[in-house]
Write a protein that binds this ligand. Structure first.
Ligand SMILES: C[S@@+](CC[C@H](N)C(=O)[O-])C[C@H]1O[C@@H](n2cnc3c(N)ncnc32)[C@H](O)[C@@H]1O
Length: 298
């Protein structure tokens, strides 16, 4: 575990697919607290690291942690989707890692508003420069849009009813906090804890978080663009935590591996996604939904 409680997920598997022993540059698109990056730097003294994160607080924490290796690290407070636009020598890149979603550091910081079980403001922004907050989405968006978000990003069966009720309730009282939203969802969905059932607020929070941070936007486009820029034998390893993201990665890989119009530009290395072992889940319960897919540029 690292200093702030984030344990890097599928660490050994991701590093294996990235073939981190090779000399050259590795890009950690979602640096978080630098868990994966730190291991690459430790295990390969000839590795150069480029790290991206849209969350400045995470980036600062990672910077501290990576201090002993500062001469081999460049960090960017930026969306990784800008990587293809960087003025760098792409021919030196050996691997890029995407470990999508949020870190335990973010989830466990109540003031960020990511967790339905911790009292905090309805924020959920990974990038504090973003003008859209969860509060705005819950209290301002029209009913049909809310319903669409709950349906598409939360895969909630009661999406329409939930949206309708939230819109009715907010006319008399705005929903201000994570706890208020959680209670509202529990009431509307007549929630009673049952073993093995996911709390409906978990899905609602996931849906809002995806919308606030536009998490699915241009993920496919990014993989396509970066695949065109990477040199042969570079590897892409992508870890996702929900089926929507996993589907996008899987389909984009398939499309790039079998492209009819132009030459296929990558080879898929994971026929099925790699998932955490029981041992990993026992140590880190948050790893349970992780899926890793990897590909090699050809
Ligand atoms: C699961 S965490 C990564 C954890 C990291 N691998 C570690 O072991 O410490 C995901 C990180 O990606 C960042 N992130 C999410 N979307 C991003 C984006 N589009 N561009 C850059 N960073 C992003 C989040 O702020 C978060 O810190």
């Amino acid at each position: 575990m690292n200093g702030n409680g984030h344990i890097p997920v599928l660490l050994e598997e991701a590093l294996q697919y990235l073939q981190i022993k090779r000399e050259g540059t590795y890009v950690d698109c979602t640096l978080g607290l630098g868990g994966h990056t730190l291991e690459i730097l430790k295990r390969n003294p000839k590795a150069i690291l480029i790290g991206f994160d849209i969350d400045e607080k995470s980036l600062l924490k990672a910077k501290e942690k990576l201090e002993p290796y500062a001469d081999r690290v460049s960090l960017y407070h930026s969306d990784f989707r800008y990587l293809p636009d960087l003025k760098i020598d792409f021919s030196k890149i050996r691997g890029i890692l995407l470990d999508l979603g949020m870190s335990s550091f973010q989830l466990d910081s109540p003031e960020r508003g990511f967790s339905y079980s911790r009292e905090g403001p309805l924020d959920m922004r990974m990038d504090l420069r973003n003008k859209t907050t969860a509060h705005k989405i819950i209290n301002k968006l029209p009913e049909h849009r809310l319903s669409q978000i709950f349906h598409e990003y939360g895969e909630l069966r009661q999406a329409r009813r939930l949206a309708r009720e939230i819109v009715t309730r907010r006319k008399t009282q705005k929903i201000e906090t994570t706890t208020q939203l959680c209670r509202t969802v529990e009431e509307i969905c007549s929630w009673r804890p049952q073993k093995g059932k996911i709390h409906p607020a978990a899905k609602v929070f996931q849906a809002i978080r995806i919308e606030v941070n536009q998490e699915l936007k241009s993920l496919s486009g990014f993989i396509e663009r970066i695949s065109q820029k990477l040199p042969k034998k570079a590897h892409i390893a992508a870890i996702s935590f929900h089926s929507l993201e996993d589907r996008i990665i899987k389909q984009t890989f398939i499309q790039l591996a079998t492209s009819m119009n132009s030459h296929p530009c990558l080879k898929i290395q994971t026929k099925k996604p790699v998932v955490p072992s029981e041992e990993e889940i026992a140590i880190n319960f948050r790893a349970r939904s992780a899926k890793l897919r990897a590909a090699e540029i050809i």
